[in-house]
Design a protein around this ligand. Structure first.
Ligand SMILES: *Cc1c(COP(=O)(O)O)cnc(C)c1O
Length: 374
């Protein structure tokens, strides 16, 4: 094995590929997989993960911003890309330049888009968004959404590519809002597609994909699951997912603490008995959140070592006990497996009172990504 590094996120692209193949195997007849690689592939590396997802059977990609779409194109990715976010005029031009599909829900936006598409020389592909209960982007009025769809379909500079919505509570099993949203979307899609049979319909994120085949329509938009993370914050293996990312550092220094000696800012922890404290040179400057202060474990030599004191920007401290079994230079795993022991991203999320999405997105550019090809 190579020498340890200060802060390394290893991304197993084979896992991303297998997660996509697994998701595809769950899909309703005729539905395709759109891999969501926004926010640098949830911190995993967008271009690398996009390619792995396409190898795993995804046929579409989705991002949040126009710049993200352009970045994929710059790396030669030719697949359909849906830019899901709201767009400023500058972003609209960038999305058109990238040949990406965009989302609309207002007539004014569509009229401006048509003019810019004409200047771009190719029809712009547009997906109309109905807000069925997410309370974010899209119109809540099915009649307005229908009028926008009609306007797009009637304009040669535009193409009505899709009809979409987004769920607010797909990850809350047993919740009734999900069924309500699905029902509203179904009604609108049935009516709109009677007039525009060429438009595809899509609604499901990862949670909805697992939860209800009736939400698959023509395309599912999966993000979190392609990275092997569980949308329900449980153990991903329960749903056949393999976490792709591991985060590691190393033990840079070990020192013997006597009772009363403290570690880190604010002296929030001090030794109650003689023990060895290891310093791991990774911190919130790398995206390992300060909220984990005093509440995380780090694996060294295949055993859980409790984090002590406050996480600082560049370092954290762990209790190695008095066994003397750890040496300076030993590898330290913050997310992932070592020996028979394992720390899931979902555990780190729970202990820092957030969700797995935010744990991997938080990893900063200072953490080197190593993409492991299958
Ligand atoms: C991020 C996003 C997704 C993917 O959601 P996951 O829960 O990560 O699968 C799907 N659709 C939209 C509109 C999104 O913003």
């Amino acid at each position: 094995m190579s020498a340890p590094e200060r802060a390394l996120a290893r991304v197993d692209l084979g896992a991303v590929e297998r997660n996509c193949a697994h998701l595809r195997s769950l899909l309703a007849e005729g539905a395709e997989l759109c891999a969501v690689v926004k926010a640098n592939g949830y911190g995993h590396g967008d271009v690398w993960c996009a390619r792995a997802a396409l190898r795993g059977g995804a046929t579409w990609l989705a991002v949040a911003t126009a710049a993200e779409a352009l970045e994929l194109r710059r790396h030669g990715i030719a697949a359909r890309i849906l830019v899901q976010g709201a767009l400023t005029h500058a972003e609209e031009r960038m999305a058109l330049e990238a040949g990406a599909d965009v989302v609309a829900w207002r007539e004014g936006f569509v009229r401006g888009l048509a003019e810019r598409a004409a200047a771009n020389g190719a029809p712009a592909r547009v997906h109309v968004k109905l807000d069925t209960g997410m309370g974010r982007l899209g119109t809540t009025d099915p009649a307005e959404a229908r009028a926008v769809a009609d306007l797009i379909a009637a304009d040669a500079r535009l193409e009505l590519a899709g009809l979409m919505t987004h769920f607010a509570t797909a990850d809350e099993l047993g919740d009734e809002h999900f069924a309500l949203q699905l029902e509203r979307f179904h009604a609108w899609v049935d009516e709109t597609r009677a007039a525009h049979p060429g438009a595809i319909a899509h609604a499901a994120n990862s949670a909805a994909t697992f939860r209800d085949r009736g939400a698959h329509f023509d395309l599912v938009r999966c993000g979190i699951a392609i990275y092997g993370l569980d949308p329900f914050q449980r153990d991903p293996s329960e749903r056949g997912l393999e976490p792709a990312l591991s985060l590691e550092s190393y033990v840079a220094a070990i020192k013997r603490f006597e009772p009363g000696q403290s570690a880190g800012y604010g002296r929030t922890w001090s030794a109650s008995e003689p023990t060895d404290v290891g310093v791991v040179p990774i911190g919130y400057g790398d995206g390992f959140r300060r909220a984990l202060s005093g509440d995380a474990d780090v694996l060294v030599r295949g055993r859980r070592r409790p984090l002590r004191g406050t996480v600082s920007m560049d370092n954290l401290t762990i209790d190695l006990g008095s066994g003397g079994d750890v040496e300076e230079g030993d590898r330290a795993v913050l997310i992932g497996a070592q020996g028979g022991e394992r720390i899931l991203c979902e555990e780190v999320a729970r202990r820092s009172e957030t969700i797995n999405y935010e744990v991997t997105c938080a990893l900063t550019a200072r953490v080197r990504r190593a993409h492991v090809e299958p």
